[in-house]
Design a protein around this ligand. Structure first.
Ligand SMILES: [Mn+2]
Length: 331
């Protein structure tokens, strides 16, 4: 039986050129997956373009990724690509400016691992059990018979290390270590990548974090912690919204909370990040807690059971109270 992965490979093998796109506000897995494919297309004689929606910028911790200099502004993206592939993007709306080319594409290959993916492609290579979209790109390259290059390996490693939280989350399976071993064999600068991705920040950002953590609210009854970043904060500290991507990873450390939330005022609306934790059961397996993917979906967003987000058109504090109503009282 022909799998979706087979169909994707056939479409790519038969294409003269390929248009690649990832979700708006791209993270390490979105950029890493897309750029890895961009490198592999070029190495295998398939002209490709790669882009994402305005704002066409990347967070400072992704600037080391090879291939950012050969990306294409969304305004210059083909309006009706022969074959288009989207990476790490759960719905066509998350493509922003590139949703129109996706709708006009001859073949639309959706390559993703979000459980909430709504299968908006003509070919949907969606595996919610994959730890990262980068894992699926590796499978596709193998199916195409395209050997990895060092640049592609560096991009895929970035996707894997980002979405497993440096091999810490519950999606960190033995298979992931197998893939990491393969990628690391390309002599990747592991320590440099890790510092830029997870540890290094401008002093101004840390000062903004101090303000955000000082105002954080802990709701003991719901085991829920939340904080926010206003447009005024960003202006006052001269920090970009992209720099604040990792703030949720500080907030979710609170031991008294199972659900954590960061809200940020952006020109497009209030951007919300949600995280939940799962507990190991004594006899094995995981205790199922609050499903933040389901909550985000109710607000028009999406994601995973333990990590999700959405953008709200309502004011910041109204949005926070609406989220709180969706979180059950702890028993
Ligand atoms: Mn991902």
């Amino acid at each position: 039986m022909r799998t979706e992965l087979d169909r994707a490979a056939v479409a790519i093998e038969g294409a003269h050129s390929i248009a690649l796109a990832c979700h708006v506000g791209p993270d390490g897995d979105a950029l890493g997956s897309m750029l890895a494919m961009h490198h592999l297309c070029r190495a295998n004689g398939r002209p490709s373009v790669a882009s994402w929606s305005e704002p066409f910028v990347v967070a400072p911790h992704y600037t080391f990724l090879p291939g950012l200099d050969i990306t294409t502004k969304p305004a210059d993206f083909p309006t009706a690509p022969e074959v288009m592939v989207t990476f790490d993007c759960g719905s066509i709306e998350r493509l922003g400016d590139l949703a129109a080319p996706a709708r006009a594409a001859g073949e639309l290959i959706v390559l993703d691992h979000h459980a909430t993916n709504d299968r908006y492609g003509s070919i949907n290579v969606v595996d919610p059990d994959a730890a990262a979209s980068a894992v699926i790109v590796r499978r596709l390259a193998r199916r195409l018979g395209w050997p990895l290059t060092r640049d592609a390996a560096l991009c895929l490693y970035t996707g894997v290390v980002s979405d497993t939280g440096r091999f810490q989350y519950s999606n960190t399976t033995p298979e992931i270590f197998g893939l990491a071993q393969e990628l690391a064999s390309f002599d990747l600068p592991i320590a440099d990548i890790t510092r830029q991705l997870f540890e290094e920040h401008r002093f101004a950002y840390l000062q903004l974090v101090a303000v955000a953590l000082a105002r954080a609210e802990l709701d003991h009854e719901r085991r829920f912690v939340a904080t926010w970043v206003t447009a005024d904060d960003l202006a006052r500290f001269d920090v970009t919204i992209e720099e604040t991507e990792g703030l949720i990873d500080l907030v979710r450390r609170v031991s008294e909370a199972e659900v954590s939330c960061v809200l940020k005022e952006t020109p497009e609306g209030v951007r919300v990040s949600l995280r939940a934790i799962s507990h190991a059961r004594p006899g094995g397996g995981r205790e199922e807690g609050v499903d933040v993917g389901a909550i985000a979906t109710e607000f028009g967003g999406g994601g995973h059971r333990f990590a999700a987000g959405f953008t709200s058109a309502r004011p910041l504090h109204e949005t926070l109270e609406a989220i709180r109503e969706h979180i059950p009282l702890a028993s």
